[in-house]
Design a protein. Structure first.
Length: 230
């Protein structure tokens, strides 16, 4: 092999090695240190604050514009690093460096004997133009009619849309499995990777039920409020 051929093949080999190295680098999972740094970045913090403010606005909207009375709020915030390159059956976890998600759960008290006007009030609030409450009489009016005695099917104590669910203690079917449960205990905070806030800290679902008669639970989610692709 001539010197010229050796030089050409050497250049090609170097290019291949560099390309494979870059591909390998892009396929690696972010280190725990990098994930923590990304979770605390200015962009992530701003996205976190904006998301929590938006979800809390919805929580307050139910308190301000419906017969429900806000009693407790739980905020859970988690940032996770993506995985290394998955060559087969990838579920998408290898496509990002970091993904942050937030869940807000609000607990409200209501009078069980007034379930019809309570639900009617929720749907009326949703009927208003520009309302942050997405449930309306046009779509969910049958729930009010059910409690008025115009429905014979089993009780379904839930209004649900993607990332937005309102559920409540059953009124007709006193089934323990349908009752609103106590929230899970908050894990130890490890900001900026994990955060859990319970307000008030000592409040319980049992105490809310005892005070008001029944409990409504609002589940809100923002599964990818901050995501950085590889």
């Amino acid at each position: 092999m001539t010197r010229a051929h050796k030089t050409v093949w050497g250049t090609v080999a170097t290019a291949v090695v560099l390309a494979l190295s870059a591909c390998s680098s892009q396929g690696r999972a972010a280190s725990p240190k990098e994930v923590r740094k990304l979770a605390g970045s200015t962009e992530a913090v701003q996205a976190r604050q904006k998301t929590e403010s938006r979800l809390r606005d919805v929580v307050r909207g139910y308190d301000d514009h419906t017969p429900l009375t806000l009693a407790m709020v739980v905020v859970r915030d988690t940032c996770l690093g993506g995985k290394g390159k998955q060559w087969f059956d990838s579920n998408g976890d290898d496509q990002y460096k970091i993904r942050c998600s937030m869940w807000v759960t609000a607990y409200y008290g209501a009078d069980q004997k007034r379930i019809v006007p309570v639900l009617d009030g929720v749907l009326t609030a949703g009927d208003r133009t520009g309302s942050i409450i997405p449930f309306t009489h046009d779509t969910y009016g049958q729930f009010v009619e059910y409690y008025r005695g115009h429905g014979g099917h089993g009780e379904v104590p839930e209004l649900s849309l993607p990332d937005h669910t309102l559920s409540w203690d059953p009124v007709r079917d006193r089934r323990p499995d349908l009752m609103v449960k106590e929230p899970d205990k908050c894990p130890t905070d490890d900001p900026p990777l994990t955060r859990c806030v319970r307000e008030p800290d000592a409040e319980t679902v049992a105490a809310i039920r005892k005070q008001y008669g029944m409990v409504f639970k609002l589940d809100l989610a923002s599964p990818e409020y901050y995501k950085l692709s590889k």
